[in-house]
Design a protein around this ligand. Sequence first.
Ligand code: IVH
Length: 706
Amino acid sequence: MTSKIAIDALSEAEAKLELARLAVELSAANAAYYTEDNPDLTDDAYDALKRRNSAIEKRFSHLKRDDSPSDQVGAAPADGFSKIAHEVAMLSLSNAFDAEDVMDFDGRIRKYLGLSTDTDLGFTAEPKIDGLSLSLRYEDGQLVHAVTRGDGAVGENVTSNALTISDIPHTLQDCPKVLEVRGEVYMSHADFTALNERQSERGGKVFANPRNAAAGSLRQLDAEITKSRPLRFFAYAWGALSDPLAPTQMGAITRLKELGFSTNPLTVLCDGPEAMLAHYAKIEEQRATLGYDIDGVVYKVDDLALQDRLGFRSTTPRWAIAHKFPAELAWTRLEGIDIQVGRTGALSPVARLQPVTVGGVVVSNATLHNEDYIKGLDSKGQEIRGGKDIRVGDWVQVYRAGDVIPKIADVDLSKRPTDAVPYQFPAICPECNSEALREPGDAVRRCSGGLICPAQAVEKLKHFVARGAFDIEGMGAKQVEQFYVDGWIKEPADIFTLKDRYGQGLQQLKNREGWGEKSANNLFQGIEDKRNIPLGRVIFALGIRHVGDAASNLLALHYETWDAFEAAMVDAQKHEGPAWDDLIDVDGVGAVMAGSVVSAFAQSGERASIDRLVAQLNIIPAERADTSGSPVAGKTVVFTGTLEKMTRAEAKARAERLGAKVSGSVSAKTDILIAGPGAGSKAKKAADLGVQTMDEDGWLALINAV
Ligand code: IVH
């Protein structure tokens, strides 16, 4: 399998491919040796492969892989999995909960594509498997790596473990040169029960449900353990692809099956919402007897050309949706209500419950949202639960759907203790005794202590180091709390001076309880690794209210550099003027979010803390998708009048995909106005300003020339 070309004679492309092959071969050999006690290579042959790998890496050091066998001892690196970036992001699905949501899904797609109700629009419908997703990359038919979803952009390299799963082929025949197959790793009910029996006999960990068992088994550093845990894999999607698999979703799934993957037998083609709902009912009926956990049905537009036109919102495709099964319910007693203070100062009530099993998981906490929710009112002041309030001592009905935090659905008034009293929501922050205030229109009461409130400071720090933000290896919630309590870290900038302050001298990290030389050095290295950090992550890590992961990336793409972003936020302070207009013009940023970001830069304490942080970092500017070759990259365009070939939403999304900025109004900055029939004042203004103007066909000719 491995080529015999002399290393000196290898081209760069050949070297890259061979390193990929060697990684798999050596990984498989490791698995066979360490996990099956059945080595399939002699020691000499194994050593020869390892030497060849090292020699290629020496000559082409820039091609060394993240999962290089030279860095691996045994079946997996001893101190965790290496990380691999997904060439195509692994996204999630938006949810539908009832028939109306499914009809709306069909309606939204028709609207976006401009299809009338009598145009055919087919969907596939298949079970949503309750496991964990995995991406398998094949190059020239060889499995080169298997990567978990991780944060969607970067996952963990679990190749050695995936090689032990019998549903996962190691090689493929007659497939695209590059093929990433995506699907779900899961454990059957029978295997789960048997595993838990074995575990409890041995005094090992007993898993709460098959999903946890599958996740725990796949993410074992020792592939021997994975091998002993019977995992399965259903293929249902793909990532990077050098050639299309088929013109339709159904065709692509059939092709994956022909290539040797397990695909779900309950996958069918439907001609619209009625057939989709009928299949949902059929799957729900069979749910208990399938032998594995599913938590809903996934619908996908069948025509892949339409999928392509529909594209993605920030984290979910427009062309697919998960129709979830109703949540499972259980009754239990409310033993108390605790108040937690979050990073934005929100006082969140949490129900402490008498532990109860809901859908196979023991639940002892549930969210109570806010004070109105406890009173029986929603955010608009309308009654919920028939207006019943929640009191300590009540019998409450708990539900959980998927991964979400359990919630309370109902209260049984017939069982209410006679001495139960209405809950008095605190008006003082339980952490710092500052006043807790409720602004008009805000459902949440917030601590007014800002950075003096230790709970806010700690929660901000926890968010800062978490996944999706700085994701600092070796620094989690526990470490943050300890460092904060001891005064070692008070704000994010302090993390980056930790080594200077506690790497040498009288008080050193390595001498703290629970730390040693190696773990201290690992943490310092983990921190160093994150000094170079993409702009989107920095914005997200600041933990500004309303500014989530997706919005942070949108802001980063819009402003590109930290300096431009900061300057614009300062210029937009007055909530008016060009900087403010430009901010709220960013697709996905509304006035509420804009106000929130701007206010973070308006408070001198917070601004100074941000500036101290930025001084420690090298912030990598956001890179727009490669639109080189696009004739409209970097151009500001405006659509006006009626478009006849596509809807406004599709036109906008397509222009943005090609690197153009779509604006709602014509100004001196406008490069092109696309004017359909009925164009009015914008066309006139463009003519006055000398802006290039074209009709829809002219625009399509321009962008299709790409
Ligand atoms: S399609 C672009 N199909 O559900 C999204 N996902 O909530 C492609 N899942 O992360 C996903 N069964 O782990 C798809 N039949 C199925 C699925 C499925 C389970 C999981 C998957 C994904 C999550 C989204």
